[in-house]
Ligand binder design. Structure first.
Ligand code: ZN
Length: 246
């Protein structure tokens, strides 16, 4: 069994298209760690694609706000504008799809996955302390998560915490050979709005039989997304951040 692991697609159609071309024929099942919508100009196309192709999805914080589950008060002004605009773009059926997405963690046969942490779907794993707490809360040895838009993650061997790096800028992939007795939390990175300094779209593949997770980066036509974002009337800052991956 081979999984395509996606997170934080954020309504970026060009980025998703590039990821799917890059991963073609390399997976059987699609898993999404949340945040289908928000920020970028193609929420309807991304929700449609996920509804038709993702086998397992958890909700992200943007999905909750756009679907009316959470209110907007924790969003910064730019994210608020984008959330209002996104809600207006979606059909009642698409909003229902977002509203019905499960809260993580979701446990599958070979791993679990969630948006933020195993104990709080909205919390960011950016510090060693939260990473330790999250690893202690895992119900399975392997997990995937999103929310930070930073590719990589953490592992624990006995009591030692280790970091998993993102794909290097000059590389296109990075392989993680899973070892027995280790705990893993792996972030595939963000498809639609990377924030780890690398503007390329990010994703991961997991081959269960080979016990191999590979992190990937792929270029996409950011200028096209930027043009669409501008003509939709979305804030310029949301487009500019795509170019530097911040
Ligand atoms: Zn996100």
């Amino acid at each position: 069994m081979r999984f395509l692991i996606l997170s934080d697609l954020h309504a970026n159609f060009e980025a998703l298209t590039a990821v799917l071309a890059d991963a073609e024929n390399k997976y059987d099942t699609v898993v999404c760690c949340g945040d289908l919508v928000g920020y970028n100009p193609d929420p309807s196309a991304i929700v449609e694609w996920c509804a038709g192709h993702c086998d397992h999805v958890v909700r992200g914080n943007h999905d909750k706000v756009v679907a009316g589950i959470d209110d907007l008060e924790w969003f910064n002004p730019v994210a608020q504008i984008s959330a209002h605009w996104t809600t207006d773009q979606l059909s009642p059926e698409q909003l229902t799809y977002l509203r019905d997405l499960p809260r993580g963690p979701v446990l599958l046969e070979h791993f679990e996955f969630f948006h933020g942490t195993p104990f709080d779907e909205d919390e960011y794993v950016l510090s060693q302390k939260v990473a330790e707490q999250s690893l202690s809360a895992l119900q399975m040895p392997l997990s995937f998560f999103g929310h930070t838009h930073v590719q990589g993650g953490f592992f624990r061997q006995h009591r030692r915490l280790g970091a998993i790096e993102a794909v290097q800028p000059e590389e296109r992939e990075y392989a993680i050979q899973l070892e027995p007795d280790l705990l893993y939390m792996i972030n595939p990175g963000s498809v639609g709005q990377p924030r780890d300094g690398d503007p390329r779209a990010a994703y991961a593949l997991y081959d269960v039989e080979a016990r191999l997770v590979t992190l990937h980066r792929v270029e996409y036509p950011i200028a096209t997304t930027y043009r669409k974002l501008k003509s939709a009337g979305l804030p310029d800052a949301l487009g500019l951040r795509l170019f530097n991956g911040q």
